[in-house]
Write a protein that binds this ligand. Structure first.
Ligand code: CO
Length: 134
């Protein structure tokens, strides 16, 4: 059911420092910061040939990334995102299999303007999984 790896998201305390590290030290193609208030994040995309890295900084104290950084002081991997052809079919199949969908279960529009859902980390080896409609 899942297809390509779309991105790996990394929570960071200092987005400018993280961007500089990817741009200068790793030599990557790094976007400008983009605010996504509906998700409580400011994001920078690192464009790799086969996938993206999303560097996520909290936008406001209620950000889920702020809570993540409370538990992971140095930042770290926050989620992985896999593409699916049909997000509603994927959701229904996962529900039947007993997997927990985070939130209402209705897809939200994600960082790339496409519908996304998040799956509970306890059902997937301790890793938060995002599904994005391809
Ligand atoms: Co994501």
């Amino acid at each position: 059911m899942i297809g390509r790896l779309n991105h790996v998201a990394i929570a960071v305390r200092d987005l400018a420092a993280a961007a500089a590290s990817y741009r200068s030290t790793l030599g990557a193609d790094v976007s400008e910061p983009i605010d996504q208030p509906e998700h409580g994040v400011r994001v920078i995309f690192v464009n790799l040939p086969n996938a993206k890295i999303e560097l996520l900084e909290p936008l406001g104290p209620d950000s889920p990334i702020a809570r993540f950084l409370d538990k992971n002081a140095d930042g770290g991997m926050h989620h992985v995102c896999y593409e699916v052809d049909d997000i509603i079919a994927a959701r229904d199949r996962l529900r039947l299999a007993g997997a927990r969908i985070i939130g209402s279960g209705e897809p939200k529009i994600g960082a790339h303007g496409k519908p996304v859902l998040f799956l509970h980390p306890k059902d997937f080896q301790g890793t938060l999984v995002e599904l994005e409609q391809a």
